[in-house]
Every structure is written in C-alpha cells, then in structure tokens.
Design a binder for this molecule. Structure first.
Ligand SMILES: [Mn+2]
Length: 288
C-alpha cells in the first residue's frame, strides 16, 4: 500500500466550491486507499461561506489548521486553483479555470465545468452518499450564481436536475442559496468579500465582489466602498482593485476598476465570471 501522505488544498480565502471539493476529494481518495487529508490553512473563512456550508451539514472549521506544517515529503493536491508557490511536490490539480499557461503536473485536470465539485462527482456518484451529492450541487449553484454565470455549463445543469429528481431535492432551495446575496451590514466585509489577489504584468491586482439586488441604498453603498478601496490601494501599494458588483435580479455585472489616479467602469450584459472573463479582460487591457 502506498504510504505517502496526500494533502488536499483549496485556493486562498476558500469559497464554498473549494471547501466542498476538498471534503469530497478527501472522501474519494480515502475510498481509493490513499492517506489523504483536506486542510484549510487560512486564518479566516468568510462568514457567508461558513454559514452556507454549515446549513448543508459541513463544518468547514473542522478542516482549518492555521499553522499547518507544509512538509516537503507530502504530496499535494490543488483543487479549484492550479498554481501555488512554495510547494515542492504537486501530485494532482483539479480545477475548472482552463488557461493557456503550461502547468507541469502529471495528474492535471483543468477543464470547463460549473464547479470543481462537478468534476469530482460526475461519473463517480457511487462513491458519495446523499448528503455529499447535496453539497456537490450546492457548490455548483454557488459557483455559477445558480447557473446564471457565464461559467455555468448546460450539461452540469441537466445532470443536477436529474440528481434533484432522483433524490427528491428541492431545486428552488439550491437556487436561492446559490444567489449568495451579500450581507451588506458591515462595510469592511462588503469591500473585501471574496477577495482574490493576482499578479498581472507585474501589477498587483486585488479583486472582490458582491451579489446584490439594486436599490437607492446600494448605489450609495457602492460609492462608499469605492472611496474606501481608493484609500486602501494607496496605503497598501496595490495597483488595481477590481470591485465587481453582480446584479442578482437582472444578472448583469458591473466592474469598477479602481486605480490610484482614477476609477473606470465596465459593464457586462450577463452575470460574468471573474476568473473566466473579467480577469482575462483586464490582462488584455493592461497588455495592450
Ligand atoms: Mn470553483
């Protein structure tokens, strides 16, 4: 029997798909006989994410090891992202953000899919119980804004509809939960919701997003957020902060590209994926 230890890692600031996929892959690998462990090394897991996982029976904090010892002789499995600095031994990558860049890894699975959870579960349903399937579906809904995002894949939606029928799950409950309306009570949480960091052509780029139903109050709030982020990038030497506002009624997306000297707006006529479209568009802008 293989004595290696396999550590499964989601991306920094893990979202529902990262956490659910880690949990599912750990279960799957253990069933195949691997000594596998899902670890969340992040200090903080966002409240919305924690609560939603918990509602579906998954306690994300159980996997949190803040001072985790990243030993060189562990084998690492990256899920829901495809690059990570400082790890010697990357055994596998499972992601749904295909990219042009060549990634050297023997077990590299990165293709268009609604969620990493779909890649893990689809075709392997017999390894998972009813509650696992429920979590897998939740992750797909959250990652695709309830299949309204440009990231959503029709075949996954069909697969999930069949599963809902088979297990008598209520599609509408997933739909509401998948919209993930952002709690707007705390302005700091609003500013940094879903924060991700990128390096684009030597530029330091941060990005966060919110899901809202527009009204007068939210317009004022957005202006306030932009002002705060403008100060923030000055004080923290960040070149660009993309603040992404998803309108969860009309499923349109507006991007505020906040720079030290100005803020520019970009509008998308659909709910638009950050990794799939918004960041690539930014890369094109700064490269031209
Ligand atoms: Mn994902």
């Amino acid at each position: 029997m293989n004595k290696d230890k396999y550590i499964i890692l989601g991306h920094e600031n893990p979202d529902v798909d990262s956490i659910v996929s880690g949990y599912l892959l750990e279960k799957y690998m253990i069933k195949l006989g691997f000594d596998a462990q899902f670890v969340i090394p992040d200090k903080v897991i966002e409240k919305n994410t924690l609560n939603l996982c918990f509602k579906y029976g998954l306690k994300a904090s159980n996997y949190q090891i803040v001072d985790f010892d990243f030993k060189d002789d562990y084998k690492y499995v990256l899920i829901d992202h495809s690059e990570r600095e400082g790890l010697k031994n990357i055994f596998a990558i499972v992601d749904h953000h295909p990219r042009d860049k060549m990634i050297k890894c023997k077990n590299y699975y990165n293709y268009v899919s609604s969620s990493t959870s779909c890649i893990i579960c689809k075709g392997r349903e017999e390894y998972f119980d009813k509650d696992d399937i429920k979590l897998c579906i939740l992750a797909a809904f959250v990652d695709t804004a309830s299949f309204n995002s440009t990231k959503s894949v029709v075949e996954d939606k069909e697969w999930i509809k069949d599963l809902c029928e088979k297990y008598s799950f209520d599609y509408n409950v997933f739909y509401e939960d998948g919209l993930c309306l952002t709690d707007l009570d705390n302005i700091d949480d609003v500013c940094f919701n879903g924060l991700k960091k990128y390096n684009v052509n030597e530029l330091i780029v941060y990005s966060s997003f919110i899901h809202i139903k527009y009204d007068k109050k939210t317009s004022l709030l957005i202006q306030e957020v932009i002002n705060i982020l403008k100060e923030y990038i000055k004080n923290n030497n960040i070149d660009i902060f993309l603040f992404i506002v998803h309108d969860m009624v009309n499923f349109k997306t507006r991007v505020y590209e906040i720079k030290r000297e100005c803020t520019e707006e970009y509008n998308y006529e659909r709910y638009t994926s950050r990794g799939g479209v918004i960041i690539p568009d930014l890369i094109r802008r700064v490269s031209s």
